[in-house]
Design a protein around this ligand. Structure first.
Ligand code: FES
Length: 150
């Protein structure tokens, strides 16, 4: 009793099973070989030459979420990330920083004037690269007295 329809069905079912198994194996192998890495932004990055930030200026760098100040004592960098829920704060000359999300206020040194922000704004260390670019290090917290002189 050779039923060609039954034979063809069993053959195509077998071939399909082998192909699906091979695809699953190849997919699992490819996933195993690809690195399981979480890419984070670098913690040290250049922001430009000191001449790009004239004396007396406060420059917002949105791509790095920080403010760079250049005053007569030197350069300093303050995070623009509100310590409440992470919105970007705005700088108000002579007053400090204001968060547009929930109304936190910070003084000119980033200290909390009123919440809900629980912590002051972070200050980051600066250095000069061999190419004479200012480099911010977000893993180097510094105190509000910090100034970097070129
Ligand atoms: S995120 Fe700034 S006050 Fe809430």
């Amino acid at each position: 009793m050779n039923d060609p329809t039954r034979r063809r069905f069993l053959f195509s079912t077998g071939v399909t099973s082998v192909v699906l198994s091979a695809c699953g194996f190849l997919g699992a192998t490819a996933r195993y070989l690809s690195p399981n890495v979480l890419y984070e932004p670098p913690h040290r990055f250049p922001i430009g030459s000191p001449e790009e930030f004239p004396p007396g200026t406060a420059t917002f760098l949105p791509e790095h979420r920080l403010f760079l100040f250049n005053n007569p004592a030197g350069f300093y960098a303050i995070s623009s990330v509100c310590t409440h829920l992470g919105c970007n704060v705005r700088h108000i000359v002579g007053e400090g920083f204001a968060c547009p999300c929930h109304g936190s206020r910070f003084d000119e040194n980033g200290q909390v004037v009123h919440g809900p922000a629980p912590e002051p704004l972070a200050w980051f260390g600066l250095s000069l690269s061999p190419r004479r670019e200012l480099v911010v290090n977000t893993r180097q917290p510094v105190q509000p007295e910090y100034r970097f002189r070129v």
